[in-house]
Design a protein around this ligand. Structure first.
Ligand code: SF4
Length: 309
């Protein structure tokens, strides 16, 4: 095991960027047309690389919607379990068109053994709050004894009417609640947020960029510290080496973020934020990075996260 100041315990596979839905708040701009899906062979390569780190004990399969590539998902879980890793899955539960179908999809997964089945169920995913596929998937999973968690974005005052108005392009609708304005949320929802002076965003509120414990990897090999900020590419250099070489202060994007947050990043990148303000720290961070993508190939990847593809 290499000497380093931080310990990576989780590797999250973005199994695919493809999704059944196209939510306005999606960090990775998932959609039915999105490209970038792992093969079983690629998963095996990354798992072997992850084992070399010596501290990884858990992997997640997420997306996009990982159940879209069900045989690949099952094979990925099996390979991870064979290596002694705990496995979690994040899904929107679309497959639970009935209790019977939910059991069909979840039965083999229960047999392989997972420690977390997280289901996205909020107003952006499903406007029908009484009955929807995510709820059915959650209830069936619970009945089957799977460890289940509901991931629900608190929409605050942004109820179904507000979201319908935004979808119709109405002006003056304010989005509230726990939205983080990255990815498609930055592109589509920030115009409906309360805006703030960008100078105040002097730290990253969500990610520990100095001592990361979790990394995301996609089928293109992008090893992401936060969505769209890469440590390197696992198809070019093994995960273990990338983690060993990571120096937050020397990273062209994480360095400024660590010293002065998105405000410092914007200054360093020479980005002029919108005069009317930004929705939150992530919005400023995403805008500054998106404007500078051409200067940092291999770092500000993939295009999907910047809604460029
Ligand atoms: S400020 Fe930037 S690095 Fe921090 S969580 Fe938001 S998008 Fe990620």
């Amino acid at each position: 095991m290499r000497e380093r100041g931080f310990m990576i315990t989780q590797v999250h596979f973005i199994l695919t960027y493809m999704c059944t839905l196209e939510c306005e708040h999606c960090f990775v701009c998932g959609s039915p047309a999105a490209e970038g899906t792992f093969t079983p062979g690629q998963i095996a390569r990354v798992l072997d690389q992850a084992m070399q780190i010596g501290t990884v004990d858990t992997v997640y399969f997420e997306g996009g919607e990982p159940f879209l590539f069900y045989p690949v998902l099952l094979e990925g879980i099996r390979m991870a379990r064979d290596r002694g890793l705990s496995v979690g899955i994040v899904s929107n539960g679309y497959f639970a068109t009935s209790d019977e179908n939910a059991r069909c999809f979840l039965g083999p997964i229960k047999e392989l053994g997972i420690t977390d089945f997280s289901v996205s169920d909020d107003i952006f995913h499903y406007e029908n709050r009484q009955e929807n596929a995510a709820r059915r998937a959650t209830e069936t999973a619970q009945k089957m004894g799977l460890p289940t968690l509901v991931l629900a974005l608190d929409p605050g005052g942004s109820g179904p009417d507000a979201i319908a108005d935004v979808r119709e392009g109405k002006k003056g609708v304010i989005m509230e609640g726990g939205i983080m304005f990255r990815g498609r949320a930055a592109a589509k929802l920030s115009g409906n947020a309360n805006l703030h002076d960008w100078h105040q965003f002097t730290s990253c509120p969500y990610e520990d960029l100095v001592n990361p414990t979790r990394l995301h990897v996609d089928a293109y090999g992008n090893l992401q510290i936060c969505q769209g900020i890469c440590m390197g590419n696992v198809w070019e250099k093994p995960l273990d080496a990338l983690v060993g070489e990571y120096s937050p202060k020397d990273h062209p994007i994480c360095g400024p973020l660590v010293t002065g947050g998105p405000a410092r990043l914007a200054e360093v990148l020479g980005y002029t934020p919108p005069a009317e303000g930004v929705a939150d720290a992530c919005h400023l961070c995403w805008l500054a990075r998106k404007a500078s993508r051409g200067k940092f190939p291999g770092v500000l990847e993939p295009a999907q996260v910047y809604c460029d593809k």
